[in-house]
Design a protein around this ligand. Sequence first.
Ligand code: AMP
Ligand code: FE
Ligand code: FE
Ligand code: ZN
Length: 277
Amino acid sequence: MVDLHSHTTESDGSCPPPQLLERAADAGVDVLAITDHDTFAGYDCALPLAPRLHIELLCGIELSTKFRGQSVHLLGYFLENHVPLAFRAWVSELQASRRERNERLAARLRELGMEITVEEAETRGRGMTGRPHFAQIMVQKGYVSTYREAFDEYLDESAKAYVFRHEPQLAQAVEKIRDSVGIASLAHPTRVKGDVSAILPELCRAGLNAIEAYHSDHDARATALYLGLAGHHGLLVTGGSDFHGDVKPEVKLGTGCNGNLKIPGDLADRLRQAVRT
Ligand code: AMP
Ligand code: FE
Ligand code: FE
Ligand code: ZN
């Protein structure tokens, strides 16, 4: 089986990279891409272990980008399993800007009377530490009574503790991926607000060259819709479970939610063929 979307403890998954490989092997997945948010650390760690488990490990990443003011996730795949140093450096900058934002957020919360440190948040969020982890701590320490209240009162963009974080524009991230001979795929298009078919022409002009038609959030109808859009716009098709381990236990590697994920066995071969030609 093929699964081109998964997360490890290096971002917001619950499986350390070696354990993710074991889970994949147990689930019958023999072609796996690790697509952690804003980091290659999980992939780098798992790569030497993959042959032993007879898994073909592919290199991927999931980037948080901005498109028309909304946050849109973009997948990047580097099928030659080589990421140019310039792209890695750019990803490091994104991580640094997240960490710097977290410092300012912690300082702002302390200013508002809450004893919260970045280190505490990072214990929970590791490489993907963000507002959700600060919200959890605020609930745990009794500064708010619910997670919802933490966002509504403090962390939401319109709330009093919000601090700005730079996120790359979707078009910029697409360009960076394509410049590095990567495939840029619109992640879980069903989560994009508004009509995806209406924004695709602009995304294609920006260099988007794939769409994640197969995903655990997609029912058969959604999958057919995105396959149709891929055909119409000449986009490659990617697919994966978006496995996060025990934090989202209903999503299984390779098969999605209750077996709703049916990824063609030759999906990775088709992508590789497209990159070569
Ligand atoms: P960050 O990357 O640290 O800016 O946090 C972004 C994450 O915070 C999103 O992926 C959501 O999970 C969560 N989030 C953002 N805004 C809200 C909100 N208004 N209510 C609940 N969760 C939110
Ligand atoms: Fe995630
Ligand atoms: Fe995502
Ligand atoms: Zn994901």
